[in-house]
Design a protein around this ligand. Structure first.
Ligand SMILES: [Fe+2]
Length: 284
């Protein structure tokens, strides 16, 4: 039986990717041989532009791990990355046709398998694409899976996700993913840096999130984060800041069941909210 395609948020756009290739768990073969020279060239140009932007803006752990992706002048073979990733942290990447539903997504993460979309954007989408493609997923997400503490956090997120799904709290928990794994900032000795994949794979938002005086940055608080709606088609209005990946891992150790109750009782906040209990993070 074929699996259902998935789209990002409420959208009239047709889903990207060929879901007829997907297995029941939504994984599929990478089909590396079907990439065209233009596909490889798009990846090469995206990698070149983005890697040049990293110094002073990306977290040191990310910069240190990026070479682990291997080749940069063409789309890597996932199998080759896995030969390095498995011994490093016990994770592996698996190809998927695009976005996948909550339950199978959490299930893959809980088993240390990270889903990576295998198609690449068109040249016309070079600067901006709403859906994650192979460049976003590989360049943005995979380097930090080589970091043992961050890799453990992502697995813990998946395990928590399975529980959240059963509690009907998947949407609340997805905000934690969004504001950490996708759009997280971290305070490092030399200043604020980005570790979220959505920022690291974006040419504009990387500089904006780390340096713009006109955006909101607050210390990560679980309840505050899970109350906060987010934007899928614009720069984030609020960034949540951590001090270390260890902090992230420890913060997510408790059972979230009572935390979801608190979040529901307090109600959701718009993406650009400011509330009295926020701890703003200033630049410099
Ligand atoms: Fe992502």
């Amino acid at each position: 039986m074929a699996v259902e395609p998935v789209v990002y948020g409420a959208s009239e756009r047709p889903p990207r990717g060929d879901y007829s290739r997907a297995r029941e768990d939504y994984t599929c073969p990478q089909n590396w041989s079907t990439y065209t020279e233009a596909d490889h060239d798009t990846y090469r140009r995206l990698y070149e532009r983005q890697s040049a932007l990293l110094p002073g803006l990306a977290s040191q752990a990310f910069i240190d791990a990026l070479p682990s992706l291997g080749v940069r002048d063409r789309i890597p073979r996932f199998d080759e990355i896995n030969e390095r990733l498995r011994p490093a942290t016990g994770w592996e990447i698996v190809a998927v046709p695009g976005l996948i539903p909550e339950r199978p997504f959490f299930d893959l993460l809980a088993n240390r398998r990270f889903p990576v979309t295998d198609w690449i954007r068109t040249p016309e989408e070079f600067d901006y694409i709403v859906e994650p493609d192979v460049f976003h997923d590989l360049f943005g997400h995979v380097p930090l899976l080589f970091n043992p503490v961050f890799a453990d956090y992502v697995q813990r997120y998946g395990q928590g996700g399975l529980k959240a799904h059963d509690l009907g709290a998947g949407e609340l928990l997805s905000r934690l993913y969004w504001y950490t794994i996708e759009f997280g900032l971290i305070r490092e000795p030399h200043g604020l840096r980005a570790y979220g994949a959505g920022i690291l794979s974006s040419s504009g938002e990387l500089r904006h999130s780390v340096t713009s005086p006109r955006t909101r940055r607050i210390a990560l608080d679980l309840v505050r984060c899970m109350r906060t709606r987010y934007k899928i088609d614009d720069y984030q209005a609020t960034y949540f800041v951590i001090d270390s990946f260890e902090q992230l891992f420890e913060m997510t150790a408790p059972d979230f069941t009572p935390i979801y109750e608190t979040v529901r009782a307090l109600g959701e906040l718009p993406a650009d909210a400011s509330i009295a209990s926020d701890s703003p993070i200033t630049l410099g």
